[in-house]
Design a binder for this molecule. Structure first.
Ligand SMILES: [Zn+2]
Ligand SMILES: [Zn+2]
Length: 343
């Protein structure tokens, strides 16, 4: 019985091309009480591997968080399988706006302590006592209300390329940090202001809203299904779109364009640009915004140092990397002193 992915990304890419099938990129999450996450994990891996599902899925005692792609032909089978699992029956699936057959190249189902690394001690508050869920139409009205404070619950590199008009976008690296900042900033307004929050797909607000209610906020709202579902509703019901720029996504696509405005800047030359890349030096892999001209000039690297390493023979690069540990732990995501135009 094969319980783990055995193909490399390159081999998988070739297979996807060869198959020539359209794939759907989907995400969903559900908080639930899961007795044995490992059993669920194996069950999902076996079933989904057969359906040629690819993606990154976290299973924990508190629930599941999945980002994946499935061949369009297998979508019905996939959906039926989800519905056969009691706590996932009719779970809301967020279907990506821009499709990319190579959004994911491996199937990874991992057992984690939590489905989002939120840094919260859940024992101290009731996570099911969440805020009021609102759809796109009501959200649009709410955020025009002068008593509303609209907060982006994502990290700095996400809100940098796209966010709602007039949203507060905390300059934070973690979800935990933004919870504290917002609480401090709004300490005087726990009762009179409406706290409206949003994130990519809703999962982070689900916890944040419960947390703020626990902290004494009286009027807490969250955008149901996050930016992804908002955009779907806006397009379907032809509502006014109040989201500017791109929605950052956690797969190979990095972002999907929601409106034509480009609100970010190339971190190397400062010109308008909202394309995230990872530094081509594998030992660095820094996530940053780079325009096409800088990409060419810098050979897809974030710095001259990285360019030099990247130019070395691969074996030499590997030798240099040895014993240095994972690159994304060396650098904070999206921040580095070499990036002149990063705020
Ligand atoms: Zn540039
Ligand atoms: Zn670099």
């Amino acid at each position: 019985m094969q319980l783990y992915n055995t193909l490399s990304a390159k081999e998988r890419e070739a297979l996807i091309e060869e198959a020539g099938k359209d794939r759907l990129t989907i995400s969903f999450y559900k908080y639930a009480h899961i007795g044995n996450p490992q059993i669920l994990r194996n069950h999902l891996f076996l079933a989904w591997n057969d359906m040629e599902v690819l993606g990154r899925i976290y299973v924990a005692r508190e629930g599941i968080n999945a980002q994946l792609s499935v061949p369009a032909d297998n979508f019905n089978v996939f959906k039926e399988h989800l519905d056969s699992i009691s706590f996932l029956e009719n779970v809301r699936l967020n279907i990506a706006i821009e499709q990319d057959n190579k959004s994911f190249l491996k199937l990874k189902v991992k057992v984690r302590k939590k489905i989002v690394a939120d840094g919260l001690n859940d024992d101290t508050f009731d996570v099911t006592n969440k805020g009021i869920h609102v759809g796109a139409e009501q959200f649009n009205e709410l955020i025009e209300d002068e008593n509303t404070v609209l907060v982006d619950m994502r990290n700095h590199y996400e809100s940098e390329i796209g966010h709602f008009k007039n949203a507060v976008t905390p300059d934070v690296d973690t979800f935990r940090d933004s919870l504290d900042i917002i609480e401090q900033d709004l300490a005087e307004h726990k009762e009179d202001k409406k706290l409206v929050m949003y994130c990519t797909g809703g999962i982070r607000c689900e916890k944040a809203s419960a947390y703020y209610k626990h902290k004494g906020f009286k009027n807490v709202y969250q955008l149901e299904g996050g930016i992804i579902e908002y955009t779907r509703q806006v397009r379907e019901k032809q509502l006014e779109n109040k989201f500017l720029g791109k929605n950052f996504v956690f797969d190979h696509r990095r972002g999907e364009r929601i409106s034509e405005e480009v609100i970010a800047h190339c971190h190397q030359c400062g010109k308008p640009c909202d394309t995230h890349v990872n530094c081509a030096n594998e030992a660095c892999h820094l996530l940053f915004i780079q325009c096409e001209e800088c990409a060419e000039k810098m050979n897809n690297c974030c710095s001259v140092d990285c360019m030099e390493v990247h130019a070395l023979p691969y074996e030499e690069q590997k030798r240099l990397r040895k014993g240095k540990g994972a690159s994304n732990k060396i650098f904070k995501k999206g921040r580095s002193p070499v990036l002149k135009y990063k705020k």
